[in-house]
Write a protein that binds this ligand. Structure first.
Ligand code: NOJ
Length: 526
């Protein structure tokens, strides 16, 4: 279905990322669930989102909180089972909110029946051919087959013990040892993915966010990598043999042929590739509809850096006449308030960047809690759950600090997130001032600001456009104009107030000072 401008529904949509463990817990076990999401849909309507992206809810031992899937065609009881998803889809559709799901094709859980069968079968068996098993290197095969590192730390290979006492093979896992990588040269793996895609599409799902969309295919000879500082997903992955191998495009073409049977469905890839030409290849007409471009996430709060991120994101999408995407944070990175310096300054900059992002042409992805101005939480060691903490030998704290549950109401934890005070990650008392309840009542809150911004974005024709032009601006200031629509966005990343161009201020992230835009602020003008 096209919108009133003739664009596909997702082309100018605001997607809201729900991290299901942390959104709302209805059954009182301290972990969020799908009935919790359903119960809060009115909130999402109030906010003005077009679609939800749910992090994985399939059956999983939760070694990586759902990114280790043991049954891709069922919902984990922790999240309420498949009926809870049906209820959510129905209720969301009744409110014109689409529901997209995470799909994890790069790997399965080690508890998946396929992997269990692989371990129980000899080297060279068809069961092993669904994964990437290799003999070790060194005279007795006791060294890993190559030097690849897991993104979470440590080697990307784990050795298995054979039942018949023969030399043990190793299996590849780019993430946790509980997440063995699938072998995408095996047609059975393709067939199974197709089954999974159709299963969810038939249940009414509106599309998929595809996990590690640049990772599925591996070069056959598995060459060594250059050991770089393999810092989570933010490391530079261009020219890294673990990722962005040519064969991955066959997988995307296959996914697209299935989605073409459901013309409204969207495929959004998690593509940590920075070279524009390489990135654009994922957006060819027969591959993904959208690709996450993470340049904005990587940009410092610095005018030249932000401009560079915007220009390159637009340029990469333009190569294939594809829709650009914008995101400031997600469940894998520090929250932007923290990245931009924390405290009042970090928050002011986050507001400013929200205006920069929401005026750009394309699809926007918000991460739950971003609209409340949440910052990362410093969690004590004993609370940490991300496998990164263990696998890095306690050198990287991992992503839990950006995954703390949402504060809804009341003045003490768990702030209406759950009836159970023992939430899966502890919630800080300081969040009593940041609850949805308080922020809805306060016209000066982050939530009220986001609501205003999103209402304007959805309703004003000034935001309609497929390109921007840069207007002249002092150093440390960015000014762009949406071509066609005409909206002007000004960002002051410097240290002095700046005069605004002519026009009416539609919304500003901070009060003007003598008619000027203060530092760490942005404004929209018509
Ligand atoms: C990317 C996901 O966003 C992240 O959370 C996950 O740990 C890895 N892929 C592995 O699935």
């Amino acid at each position: 279905m096209a919108d009133s401008n003739g664009r596909p529904w997702w082309a100018h949509a605001v997607f809201y990322q729900v991290y299901p463990r942390s959104f709302c817990d209805r059954n009182g076990d301290g972990v969020g669930d799908l009935d919790g999401v359903t119960a809060r849909l009115d909130y999402l309507t109030t906010l003005g989102v077009d679609a939800i992206w749910l992090n994985p809810v399939m059956v999983s031992p939760m070694a990586d909180h759902g990114y280790d899937v043991s049954d891709p065609r069922d919902v984990d009881p922790l999240f309420g089972g498949i009926e809870a998803l049906d209820r959510l889809i129905d209720a969301a559709h009744a409110r014109d909110i689409r529901v997209t799901m995470d799909l994890v094709p790069n790997h399965t859980s080690s508890a998946h029946p396929w992997f269990r069968a692989a371990l129980a079968s000899p080297p060279g068996s068809p069961e092993r051919e669904r994964y990437i098993f290799r003999d070790g290197s060194g005279p007795d095969g006791s060294q890993p087959p190559n030097n690849w590192l897991s993104i979470f730390g440590g080697p990307a290979w784990t050795r298995v013990t054979e039942s018949d006492g023969r030399a043990e093979q190793w299996y590849l896992h780019l993430f946790d040892a509980e997440q063995p990588d699938l072998n995408w040269e095996n047609p059975e793996v393709y067939d199974d993915l197709e089954k999974t895609l159709r299963f969810w599409l038939e249940r009414g799902v509106d599309g998929f966010r595809i996990d590690v969309a640049h990772g599925m295919s591996k070069p056959r000879d598995l060459p060594d990598m250059d050991i770089v500082k393999a810092e989570m997903l933010l490391a530079d992955m261009d020219n890294d043999p673990r990722f962005n191998h040519e064969g991955v495009h066959d997988v995307h073409r296959h996914i697209r042929t299935v989605l073409n049977d459901y013309p409204d469905a969207v495929a959004i890839g998690e593509v940590w590739v920075y070279d524009n030409e390489q990135f654009a290849r994922y957006l060819r007409a027969d591959e993904l509809h959208l690709g996450f471009n993470f340049r904005m996430v990587r940009a410092e709060f610095e005018a030249a850096d932000i401009r560079h991120a915007i220009e390159n994101s637009l340029a990469a999408a333009a190569i294939e006449k594809a829709t650009p995407t914008w995101t400031l944070s997600n469940h894998d990175v520090d929250r932007e308030v923290t990245r931009y310096g924390g405290g009042d300054v970090g928050l002011a900059r986050a507001w400013a960047m929200a205006l920069v992002m929401l005026a750009l042409p394309g699809a926007v992805f918000l991460y739950n809690g971003e609209e409340l101005g949440l910052a990362n939480v410093d969690l004590p060691d004993e609370a940490l759950q991300d496998p990164v903490w263990e696998r890095s030998g306690h050198t990287r704290r991992g992503r839990d600090g950006a995954r703390v549950p949402m504060p809804w109401e009341g003045s003490t934890p768990p702030f209406g997130f759950s009836t159970n005070p023992d939430t899966w990650l502890p919630m800080p008392q300081e969040w009593s001032t940041l609850t949805v309840e308080k922020q809805l009542r306060d016209p000066g809150s982050t939530l009220s600001f986001y609501r205003s911004a999103m209402r304007l974005r959805a309703s004003r024709k000034e935001f309609d456009g497929t390109a921007i032009e840069w207007l002249e601006a002092p150093e440390d200031v960015l000014v762009y104009r949406v071509v066609d629509g005409g909206l002007v966005c000004v960002l002051n990343a410097g240290s002095q107030p700046v005069a605004l161009p002519a026009g009416d201020v539609l919304l500003a992230s901070a009060a003007l000072v003598d008619g000027k835009l203060p530092p760490n602020a942005a404004a929209w003008l018509t």
